[in-house]
Design a protein around this ligand. Structure first.
Ligand code: NDP
Length: 398
């Protein structure tokens, strides 16, 4: 049994709070802290048991440490923004709590996310006898587990991995992002990057695309992007010769994005405006629908998975491991949409495995370094059933 502190009262924080509050045999107490207290109160009111709420500015490690001390927290789940990763990790070290997050650190003034800053904490966590688990959402998170699972059970050798992310849902707004708009748009407008034969190959943003027939959804156009789990997966599974990440977008979404980019609304540098400095992307976030509010009207499904190709017992094979999540299922369970849900549920599963000591270690770890089986067993019962497909033979050639 453990005392849990969750930081970040957004769409993902809401799912994590509700799911963890239901785990009465794992967490004695659940505390939700965020920048805006009212958002914590609103989420706490949806939980199945009392959840304490706190206001915190998690940019300050001391404030995080004070909160951990006050609530004797054993584990902190960070579902604030990537900008807070390092200060929350510092807070955990100061006060002696384990750490879990769903997105790697990104400096606010540069759209450049990577693991080097957080991996640099390994020795300090190790010395403190603490565990930090990085990237335990869906992608990264479940996709890292799927890759480890494929390697353990389906292949003697994996040659290529494609991580595929399809949201075929309709929320009824002309343009909205499914998680924090600032983080989302920074990611999508960045150059694409994939790994081949030990090299990173850079492509123009969203320039490379191809169709894929997603099980239970149908054919959708996918666009090659850079995504953070490729950095850790290629480090931990160096034998994988090629790794790519591809995500689907509707033409409507891409048209809006192009216009916003062309007029400068996705810029992240401050622009002087009537005596104030305004960051256009932050202003755009204030105009767009809050992703946490999309759930009620969202219809349709997501399909996110890992398509691996390689060999087993001398035979070539391709295997696709994936989850299909209905937006309405997510709404029924936690009053959220499927993107917050598919991120929050794996975070709750990872937290449970850490508290039970099933996933353990001292230092900083990525999810694929843990045994995939206990995580896979929990996915279905927690609301995200996993399916395995042997795709068409043609895929072997692609
Ligand atoms: P939201 O913007 O909805 O929520 C973020 C929350 O963090 C907000 O409540 C915000 O407060 C709070 N916050 C921001 N800054 C601070 C601060 N300095 N101190 C305390 N609280 C702060 O984002 P999402 O819920 O959509 O996403 C949460 C995280 O999940 C992000 O890091 C995102 O990148 C990650 N993610 C990971 C995915 C995965 O599959 N691995 C997929 C989707 C998201 P306020 O309400 O006051 O603004």
């Amino acid at each position: 049994m453990a005392h849990l502190l969750i930081i970040g009262a957004g769409g993902v924080g809401s799912v994590v709070t509700q799911k963890c509050a239901r785990m009465r045999d794992v967490f004695d107490t659940v505390v939700l802290a965020s920048r805006t207290l009212e958002k914590c109160e609103k989420i706490a009111a949806t939980a199945d048991r009392p959840v304490a709420v706190e206001q915190v500015d998690a940019d300050h490690a001391d404030a995080v440490a004070t909160l951990i001390d006050k609530h004797q927290s054993d584990l902190v789940i960070n579902v604030a923004l990537p900008y807070q990763d390092l200060s929350i990790m510092e807070g955990c070290l100061k006060a002696g709590a384990h750490y879990l997050d769903t997105a790697n650190y990104e400096p606010p003034d540069e759209a450049k996310f990577c693991y080097k800053w957080q991996w640099a904490y390994h020795e300090r966590f190790e010395k403190a006898g603490l565990m930090a688990l990085l990237g335990c959402g869906f992608d990264p998170g479940a996709t890292n587990v799927f890759t480890a699972y494929l390697r353990k059970h389906h292949f003697d050798r994996i040659e290529t991995v494609d991580i595929l992310d399809c949201n075929a849902g309709e929320h009824g707004h002309p343009f909205a992002t499914n998680f924090n708009p600032e983080i989302n748009i920074r990611e999508i407008t960045a150059p694409g990057r994939y790994r081949e034969d030990g090299e990173w190959i850079t492509t123009a943003p969203l320039a490379v695309h191809r169709p894929f027939d997603f099980p239970r959804i149908g054919e959708r156009e996918m666009y090659l992007m850079y995504h953070e789990e490729m950095e850790s997966l290629t480090r931990h599974f160096p034998e994988i010769r090629r790794m790519r990440f591809l995500m689907t977008f509707s033409q409507e979404y891409l048209t809006h994005l192009r216009v916003l980019q062309n007029v400068g609304m996705t810029r992240i540098d401050p622009v002087p405006f009537r005596g104030h400095d305004i960051v256009p992307l932050q202003f755009l976030k204030a105009l767009l629908p809050d992703p946490a509010t999309l759930g009620e009207t969202y219809r349709g499904k997501t399909n996110i998975g890992v398509l691996a190709r390689g060999t087993k017992e001398g035979q070539d094979r391709a295997v696709y491991v994936y989850n299909v999540c209905e937006h309405q299922h997510a709404y029924k369970d936690t009053r959220s949409q499927a993107v917050s849900y598919t991120t929050g549920v794996p975070a709750a599963i990872g937290a449970e495995l850490m508290v039970r000591g099933i996933w353990r270690g001292m230092g900083v770890f990525n999810v694929e370094q843990m045994d995939p089986d206990p995580f896979m067993e929990r996915m279905g019962p927690m609301g995200l059933p996993v399916e395995v497909a042997i795709p068409d033979k043609d895929l072997l050639a692609q």
